[in-house]
Design a protein around this ligand. Structure first.
Ligand code: AMP
Ligand code: MG
Length: 413
Protein backbone atom coordinates (compact mmCIF):
# COMPACT_ATOMS: atom_id res chain seq x y z
CA UNK A 1 0.00 0.00 0.00
CA UNK A 2 1.25 3.44 -0.87
CA UNK A 3 -0.12 6.78 0.12
CA UNK A 4 0.89 10.39 -0.34
CA UNK A 5 1.96 12.96 2.19
CA UNK A 6 -0.98 14.75 3.70
CA UNK A 7 -0.92 18.54 3.32
CA UNK A 8 2.59 19.54 4.24
CA UNK A 9 2.36 21.82 7.26
CA UNK A 10 4.63 24.73 8.01
CA UNK A 11 6.57 24.22 11.22
CA UNK A 12 4.36 26.64 13.16
CA UNK A 13 1.28 24.67 12.06
CA UNK A 14 2.87 21.43 13.17
CA UNK A 15 3.81 23.03 16.50
CA UNK A 16 0.31 24.29 17.18
CA UNK A 17 -0.91 20.68 16.88
CA UNK A 18 1.78 19.63 19.36
CA UNK A 19 0.71 22.34 21.79
CA UNK A 20 -2.73 20.70 22.07
CA UNK A 21 -1.19 17.83 24.08
CA UNK A 22 -1.39 18.29 27.84
CA UNK A 23 1.74 18.47 29.99
CA UNK A 24 2.52 15.67 32.44
CA UNK A 25 0.87 15.68 35.89
CA UNK A 26 2.24 17.71 38.78
CA UNK A 27 3.92 16.18 41.84
CA UNK A 28 5.89 17.42 44.85
CA UNK A 29 9.62 17.45 44.32
CA UNK A 30 12.41 18.30 46.73
CA UNK A 31 14.41 21.27 45.48
CA UNK A 32 17.55 19.15 45.23
CA UNK A 33 15.81 17.16 42.47
CA UNK A 34 13.89 20.04 40.90
CA UNK A 35 16.77 21.36 38.80
CA UNK A 36 15.72 21.33 35.13
CA UNK A 37 12.09 20.54 35.94
CA UNK A 38 9.23 22.95 35.36
CA UNK A 39 7.12 24.53 38.09
CA UNK A 40 3.49 23.49 38.19
CA UNK A 41 2.49 26.30 40.58
CA UNK A 42 3.10 29.99 41.14
CA UNK A 43 5.41 30.55 44.10
CA UNK A 44 4.95 33.43 46.53
CA UNK A 45 7.71 34.42 48.86
CA UNK A 46 6.76 33.31 52.39
CA UNK A 47 8.97 35.96 54.01
CA UNK A 48 11.26 38.91 53.41
CA UNK A 49 14.70 38.08 52.08
CA UNK A 50 16.91 39.36 53.57
CA UNK A 51 14.72 39.38 56.68
CA UNK A 52 16.38 42.63 57.80
CA UNK A 53 18.88 45.10 56.34
CA UNK A 54 22.30 43.44 56.08
CA UNK A 55 25.79 44.65 55.40
CA UNK A 56 27.63 43.75 52.16
CA UNK A 57 31.00 44.80 53.57
CA UNK A 58 33.17 44.86 56.65
CA UNK A 59 32.84 48.43 57.96
CA UNK A 60 30.58 50.67 60.00
CA UNK A 61 26.82 50.90 59.98
CA UNK A 62 25.88 54.59 59.85
CA UNK A 63 23.11 57.08 59.21
CA UNK A 64 24.02 58.10 55.65
CA UNK A 65 23.14 61.72 56.39
CA UNK A 66 25.76 61.80 59.17
CA UNK A 67 28.57 61.16 56.69
CA UNK A 68 27.15 62.88 53.64
CA UNK A 69 29.89 64.91 51.93
CA UNK A 70 32.73 63.33 53.96
CA UNK A 71 36.09 63.19 52.12
CA UNK A 72 39.75 62.44 52.91
CA UNK A 73 40.37 66.12 53.53
CA UNK A 74 37.05 66.79 55.22
CA UNK A 75 36.17 63.65 57.18
CA UNK A 76 33.19 63.09 59.45
CA UNK A 77 33.63 61.89 63.04
CA UNK A 78 31.29 59.35 64.64
CA UNK A 79 31.15 57.59 67.98
CA UNK A 80 31.30 53.78 67.85
CA UNK A 81 28.49 52.46 70.04
CA UNK A 82 28.75 48.73 69.29
CA UNK A 83 30.82 45.96 67.73
CA UNK A 84 28.30 43.68 66.00
CA UNK A 85 28.81 39.96 65.37
CA UNK A 86 27.69 38.38 62.08
CA UNK A 87 24.98 36.30 63.77
CA UNK A 88 23.69 39.04 66.04
CA UNK A 89 20.21 40.61 65.92
CA UNK A 90 20.94 44.15 67.20
CA UNK A 91 18.50 45.22 69.88
CA UNK A 92 19.17 48.95 69.79
CA UNK A 93 18.48 51.92 67.53
CA UNK A 94 21.50 53.71 66.12
CA UNK A 95 21.53 57.26 67.41
CA UNK A 96 22.44 60.22 65.27
CA UNK A 97 26.22 60.69 65.30
CA UNK A 98 26.84 57.05 66.24
CA UNK A 99 28.15 54.15 64.21
CA UNK A 100 28.46 50.40 64.82
CA UNK A 101 31.28 48.17 63.59
CA UNK A 102 29.71 45.49 61.41
CA UNK A 103 31.05 42.45 59.50
CA UNK A 104 29.97 41.35 56.01
CA UNK A 105 26.54 39.75 56.30
CA UNK A 106 25.86 41.32 59.71
CA UNK A 107 22.44 42.80 60.45
CA UNK A 108 22.17 46.60 60.56
CA UNK A 109 20.66 48.09 63.72
CA UNK A 110 17.43 50.07 63.36
CA UNK A 111 18.15 53.56 62.18
CA UNK A 112 21.28 52.67 60.23
CA UNK A 113 20.70 52.91 56.50
CA UNK A 114 24.20 52.53 55.00
CA UNK A 115 27.59 50.94 55.56
CA UNK A 116 30.94 52.66 55.11
CA UNK A 117 33.72 50.26 54.09
CA UNK A 118 36.44 49.82 56.72
CA UNK A 119 38.99 50.93 54.08
CA UNK A 120 37.52 54.45 54.23
CA UNK A 121 37.67 54.76 57.99
CA UNK A 122 40.22 55.21 60.74
CA UNK A 123 39.94 54.39 64.44
CA UNK A 124 41.17 57.40 66.35
CA UNK A 125 40.91 55.85 69.81
CA UNK A 126 38.44 56.47 72.64
CA UNK A 127 35.63 55.18 70.40
CA UNK A 128 35.94 57.87 67.75
CA UNK A 129 35.85 56.76 64.13
CA UNK A 130 36.98 58.96 61.30
CA UNK A 131 34.90 58.50 58.13
CA UNK A 132 36.66 59.62 54.95
CA UNK A 133 34.01 58.89 52.35
CA UNK A 134 30.49 60.09 51.74
CA UNK A 135 27.67 57.56 51.72
CA UNK A 136 24.12 57.34 50.46
CA UNK A 137 21.14 55.43 51.91
CA UNK A 138 21.34 51.76 50.96
CA UNK A 139 25.04 51.84 50.14
CA UNK A 140 26.92 48.59 50.84
CA UNK A 141 23.82 47.15 52.41
CA UNK A 142 21.18 44.67 51.26
CA UNK A 143 17.77 45.96 52.17
CA UNK A 144 15.08 43.94 53.87
CA UNK A 145 13.05 42.15 51.17
CA UNK A 146 15.39 43.24 48.37
CA UNK A 147 15.82 39.66 47.05
CA UNK A 148 12.19 38.76 47.70
CA UNK A 149 9.48 40.64 49.55
CA UNK A 150 7.00 38.80 51.77
CA UNK A 151 4.05 37.76 49.55
CA UNK A 152 5.75 38.71 46.27
CA UNK A 153 5.19 36.30 43.34
CA UNK A 154 8.72 35.09 42.67
CA UNK A 155 7.91 32.40 40.07
CA UNK A 156 5.08 31.59 37.73
CA UNK A 157 3.91 28.12 36.84
CA UNK A 158 5.71 27.08 33.63
CA UNK A 159 9.09 28.37 34.77
CA UNK A 160 11.99 25.98 34.26
CA UNK A 161 14.00 25.66 37.48
CA UNK A 162 17.60 26.83 37.08
CA UNK A 163 20.44 26.46 39.57
CA UNK A 164 20.05 30.07 40.70
CA UNK A 165 16.36 29.44 41.40
CA UNK A 166 17.27 26.49 43.62
CA UNK A 167 19.49 28.94 45.54
CA UNK A 168 16.64 31.40 46.09
CA UNK A 169 14.23 28.63 47.15
CA UNK A 170 16.83 27.36 49.62
CA UNK A 171 17.35 30.87 51.03
CA UNK A 172 13.59 31.15 51.57
CA UNK A 173 13.41 27.78 53.32
CA UNK A 174 11.26 26.27 50.56
CA UNK A 175 12.40 22.64 50.55
CA UNK A 176 10.02 21.26 47.95
CA UNK A 177 7.96 22.60 45.07
CA UNK A 178 5.29 21.31 42.70
CA UNK A 179 6.80 20.35 39.35
CA UNK A 180 5.64 18.45 36.30
CA UNK A 181 6.70 14.81 36.25
CA UNK A 182 9.56 13.99 33.87
CA UNK A 183 7.98 12.50 30.76
CA UNK A 184 8.94 8.96 29.75
CA UNK A 185 9.74 8.80 26.09
CA UNK A 186 9.70 5.54 24.15
CA UNK A 187 12.20 5.23 21.30
CA UNK A 188 11.78 2.69 18.50
CA UNK A 189 14.10 2.25 15.51
CA UNK A 190 12.57 0.64 12.44
CA UNK A 191 14.09 -0.90 9.31
CA UNK A 192 14.89 -4.36 7.92
CA UNK A 193 18.47 -3.24 7.31
CA UNK A 194 19.16 -2.16 10.91
CA UNK A 195 21.38 -4.14 13.25
CA UNK A 196 22.61 -3.61 16.79
CA UNK A 197 25.91 -1.78 17.11
CA UNK A 198 27.71 -4.93 18.27
CA UNK A 199 26.95 -6.65 14.95
CA UNK A 200 29.92 -7.25 12.62
CA UNK A 201 29.82 -5.04 9.55
CA UNK A 202 28.18 -6.52 6.46
CA UNK A 203 27.24 -4.77 3.25
CA UNK A 204 23.48 -4.31 3.28
CA UNK A 205 23.17 -3.76 7.01
CA UNK A 206 23.34 -0.51 8.91
CA UNK A 207 24.05 -0.14 12.60
CA UNK A 208 21.25 1.49 14.54
CA UNK A 209 22.39 5.06 15.08
CA UNK A 210 19.10 6.76 15.87
CA UNK A 211 18.29 4.84 19.06
CA UNK A 212 21.49 6.24 20.50
CA UNK A 213 21.28 9.86 19.31
CA UNK A 214 17.61 10.09 20.27
CA UNK A 215 18.40 8.79 23.72
CA UNK A 216 20.93 11.61 24.21
CA UNK A 217 18.61 14.31 22.92
CA UNK A 218 15.65 13.09 24.99
CA UNK A 219 17.83 13.27 28.12
CA UNK A 220 19.15 16.66 27.09
CA UNK A 221 15.60 17.99 26.83
CA UNK A 222 14.80 16.59 30.28
CA UNK A 223 12.82 13.45 29.40
CA UNK A 224 13.48 9.85 30.46
CA UNK A 225 14.47 7.81 27.39
CA UNK A 226 13.12 4.27 27.17
CA UNK A 227 14.55 2.25 24.30
CA UNK A 228 12.58 -0.50 22.54
CA UNK A 229 15.36 -1.52 20.18
CA UNK A 230 15.09 -2.30 16.50
CA UNK A 231 11.88 -3.44 14.83
CA UNK A 232 12.00 -4.79 11.25
CA UNK A 233 9.59 -3.53 8.59
CA UNK A 234 6.90 -6.02 9.60
CA UNK A 235 3.60 -4.39 10.42
CA UNK A 236 2.56 -6.87 13.11
CA UNK A 237 5.82 -6.60 15.01
CA UNK A 238 5.76 -2.81 14.70
CA UNK A 239 2.19 -2.68 15.97
CA UNK A 240 2.91 -4.82 19.03
CA UNK A 241 6.04 -2.84 19.97
CA UNK A 242 4.23 0.47 19.45
CA UNK A 243 1.27 -0.66 21.58
CA UNK A 244 3.62 -1.64 24.40
CA UNK A 245 5.51 1.66 24.15
CA UNK A 246 2.26 3.64 24.17
CA UNK A 247 1.15 1.85 27.34
CA UNK A 248 4.44 2.62 29.10
CA UNK A 249 5.31 6.17 27.99
CA UNK A 250 4.08 9.74 27.63
CA UNK A 251 5.43 10.20 24.09
CA UNK A 252 6.64 7.70 21.49
CA UNK A 253 9.31 8.41 18.90
CA UNK A 254 9.70 6.05 15.94
CA UNK A 255 12.48 6.63 13.48
CA UNK A 256 12.49 5.30 9.93
CA UNK A 257 9.53 4.35 7.80
CA UNK A 258 7.98 7.80 8.00
CA UNK A 259 7.93 8.59 4.29
CA UNK A 260 5.51 7.37 1.64
CA UNK A 261 7.28 4.28 0.24
CA UNK A 262 6.16 0.66 0.18
CA UNK A 263 8.01 -0.26 3.38
CA UNK A 264 7.13 2.92 5.24
CA UNK A 265 4.84 1.45 7.84
CA UNK A 266 4.73 4.11 10.57
CA UNK A 267 1.45 5.67 9.45
CA UNK A 268 -0.20 2.26 9.24
CA UNK A 269 1.14 1.16 12.61
CA UNK A 270 -0.20 4.32 14.28
CA UNK A 271 -3.54 3.91 12.53
CA UNK A 272 -3.79 0.38 13.92
CA UNK A 273 -3.63 1.63 17.53
CA UNK A 274 -6.80 2.02 19.60
CA UNK A 275 -8.45 5.44 19.40
CA UNK A 276 -5.76 6.69 17.03
CA UNK A 277 -5.52 9.45 14.48
CA UNK A 278 -2.90 10.81 12.11
CA UNK A 279 -2.82 14.57 12.72
CA UNK A 280 -0.09 15.54 10.24
CA UNK A 281 2.24 13.91 7.77
CA UNK A 282 4.93 16.16 6.38
CA UNK A 283 6.45 19.38 7.70
CA UNK A 284 8.05 22.07 5.54
CA UNK A 285 11.53 21.93 7.02
CA UNK A 286 14.73 20.71 5.44
CA UNK A 287 16.03 18.26 6.29
CA UNK A 288 13.13 16.61 8.10
CA UNK A 289 10.11 16.73 5.82
CA UNK A 290 8.89 13.12 6.37
CA UNK A 291 7.71 13.68 9.93
CA UNK A 292 4.43 12.28 11.19
CA UNK A 293 2.31 13.36 14.11
CA UNK A 294 -0.28 10.93 15.33
CA UNK A 295 -2.00 10.18 18.57
CA UNK A 296 -3.28 7.09 20.30
CA UNK A 297 -5.79 8.02 22.97
CA UNK A 298 -4.20 11.06 24.60
CA UNK A 299 -0.62 10.00 23.82
CA UNK A 300 1.36 11.71 21.06
CA UNK A 301 3.28 9.49 18.61
CA UNK A 302 5.92 11.04 16.36
CA UNK A 303 7.17 9.27 13.25
CA UNK A 304 10.60 10.70 12.50
CA UNK A 305 12.78 10.38 9.40
CA UNK A 306 15.28 7.54 9.35
CA UNK A 307 18.10 9.60 7.84
CA UNK A 308 20.58 10.13 10.62
CA UNK A 309 20.99 13.88 10.16
CA UNK A 310 17.34 14.60 9.38
CA UNK A 311 16.20 12.99 12.60
CA UNK A 312 18.71 15.01 14.63
CA UNK A 313 17.45 18.25 13.07
CA UNK A 314 13.81 17.34 13.73
CA UNK A 315 14.70 16.50 17.32
CA UNK A 316 16.43 19.87 17.83
CA UNK A 317 13.86 21.99 16.03
CA UNK A 318 10.58 20.33 16.98
CA UNK A 319 10.78 17.34 19.32
CA UNK A 320 12.99 18.76 22.08
CA UNK A 321 10.85 21.91 22.47
CA UNK A 322 7.83 19.58 22.46
CA UNK A 323 9.37 17.56 25.30
CA UNK A 324 9.83 20.83 27.19
CA UNK A 325 6.15 21.58 26.53
CA UNK A 326 5.19 18.16 27.93
CA UNK A 327 7.31 19.03 30.97
CA UNK A 328 5.13 22.09 31.47
CA UNK A 329 7.39 24.82 30.12
CA UNK A 330 5.55 27.83 28.72
CA UNK A 331 6.45 29.08 25.24
CA UNK A 332 8.83 26.20 24.75
CA UNK A 333 8.92 26.69 20.99
CA UNK A 334 10.21 30.26 21.29
CA UNK A 335 13.79 30.96 20.42
CA UNK A 336 14.49 32.51 23.78
CA UNK A 337 15.72 29.27 25.34
CA UNK A 338 18.15 28.55 22.56
CA UNK A 339 21.70 29.79 22.92
CA UNK A 340 22.22 32.04 19.91
CA UNK A 341 25.44 33.58 18.68
CA UNK A 342 25.82 36.35 16.15
CA UNK A 343 28.21 35.45 13.30
CA UNK A 344 29.16 36.60 9.83
CA UNK A 345 28.25 34.25 7.01
CA UNK A 346 31.36 33.20 5.12
CA UNK A 347 29.77 32.13 1.84
CA UNK A 348 26.57 32.69 -0.13
CA UNK A 349 24.10 30.08 1.02
CA UNK A 350 21.21 29.30 -1.32
CA UNK A 351 18.01 27.79 0.00
CA UNK A 352 14.85 26.53 -1.67
CA UNK A 353 11.77 28.65 -1.05
CA UNK A 354 8.81 27.01 0.59
CA UNK A 355 10.65 25.23 3.36
CA UNK A 356 12.58 26.30 6.41
CA UNK A 357 16.19 25.34 5.92
CA UNK A 358 18.42 24.18 8.78
CA UNK A 359 21.91 24.82 7.45
CA UNK A 360 24.70 23.33 9.50
CA UNK A 361 27.50 25.83 10.16
CA UNK A 362 31.00 25.65 11.51
CA UNK A 363 32.24 28.63 13.50
CA UNK A 364 35.66 30.13 12.99
CA UNK A 365 36.58 32.36 15.88
CA UNK A 366 38.41 35.60 15.13
CA UNK A 367 40.17 38.05 17.39
CA UNK A 368 38.22 41.24 17.98
CA UNK A 369 35.39 40.30 15.64
CA UNK A 370 32.30 38.13 15.61
CA UNK A 371 33.02 34.58 14.38
CA UNK A 372 32.77 33.55 10.75
CA UNK A 373 30.14 30.92 10.01
CA UNK A 374 31.02 28.45 7.29
CA UNK A 375 28.00 26.62 5.85
CA UNK A 376 28.50 22.87 5.64
CA UNK A 377 26.78 20.99 2.86
CA UNK A 378 26.21 17.30 2.70
CA UNK A 379 23.65 14.59 2.40
CA UNK A 380 21.26 14.02 5.26
CA UNK A 381 22.10 10.31 5.27
CA UNK A 382 25.68 11.13 6.27
CA UNK A 383 26.63 11.89 9.84
CA UNK A 384 29.41 14.23 8.78
CA UNK A 385 27.60 17.55 8.53
CA UNK A 386 26.36 17.37 12.10
CA UNK A 387 29.73 16.13 13.30
CA UNK A 388 31.46 19.19 11.81
CA UNK A 389 28.77 21.67 12.84
CA UNK A 390 28.90 23.97 15.85
CA UNK A 391 25.44 25.29 15.18
CA UNK A 392 22.52 25.74 12.83
CA UNK A 393 21.51 28.70 10.73
CA UNK A 394 17.81 28.82 10.02
CA UNK A 395 16.80 30.25 6.64
CA UNK A 396 13.07 31.08 6.68
CA UNK A 397 10.88 29.45 4.05
CA UNK A 398 10.20 32.73 2.20
CA UNK A 399 13.89 33.41 1.53
CA UNK A 400 16.10 32.11 -1.26
CA UNK A 401 19.19 32.12 0.88
CA UNK A 402 21.65 34.39 2.63
CA UNK A 403 24.65 36.26 1.31
CA UNK A 404 28.28 36.14 2.32
CA UNK A 405 29.05 38.97 4.74
CA UNK A 406 25.56 39.05 6.26
CA UNK A 407 25.25 38.92 10.02
CA UNK A 408 23.39 35.77 10.93
CA UNK A 409 22.14 34.15 14.10
CA UNK A 410 23.71 30.78 14.79
CA UNK A 411 21.73 28.50 17.03
CA UNK A 412 24.39 26.62 19.00
CA UNK A 413 23.90 22.87 19.27
P1 AMP B 1 13.62 5.28 5.99
O1 AMP B 1 13.00 6.57 6.42
O2 AMP B 1 13.17 4.12 6.79
O3 AMP B 1 13.43 5.06 4.51
O4 AMP B 1 15.15 5.43 6.24
C1 AMP B 1 15.89 6.39 5.54
C2 AMP B 1 17.37 6.06 5.63
O5 AMP B 1 17.77 6.17 6.97
C3 AMP B 1 17.71 4.64 5.19
O6 AMP B 1 18.92 4.70 4.49
C4 AMP B 1 17.87 3.90 6.48
O7 AMP B 1 18.74 2.82 6.38
C5 AMP B 1 18.42 4.95 7.39
N1 AMP B 1 18.04 4.69 8.77
C6 AMP B 1 16.81 4.47 9.23
N2 AMP B 1 16.81 4.26 10.54
C7 AMP B 1 18.10 4.31 10.93
C8 AMP B 1 18.76 4.15 12.19
N3 AMP B 1 18.08 3.87 13.30
N4 AMP B 1 20.10 4.27 12.21
C9 AMP B 1 20.79 4.54 11.10
N5 AMP B 1 20.23 4.72 9.90
C10 AMP B 1 18.89 4.60 9.80
MG1 MG C 1 13.19 2.18 6.60
Amino acid sequence: MRHDFFDILIREGFESLLLSFAPTPIEMQSISDAYGLVLGEDILSPENLPPANRSCMDGYAVHARDVFGATESNPAYLEQCAQLRVDEAPNFTLKKGDCAAIPTGGTLPDGADAVVMVEHTQELGAGTIEIRKSSTPGEHSMLKGEDAANGEKIYEAGHSVRFQDVGLLAALGIGSVKTHRKPRIGIISTGDELVEIEAPPRVGTIRDVNSHTLRCLVSKAGGIPVNYGIVPDKLQKLESTLAKAIAENDLILLSGGSSVGMRDLTVRAIEAMADSEILAHGVAISPGKPTILGKAGSKPVLGLPGQVTSVQIVMLSIVMPFIRHLMGQRNSFDCRDRPILLAELERNTPSKQGREDYVRVKLKHRKGNIPLAEPIYGKSGLLKTMIQADGLMIIPSDMEGSYAGEQIQVWLI
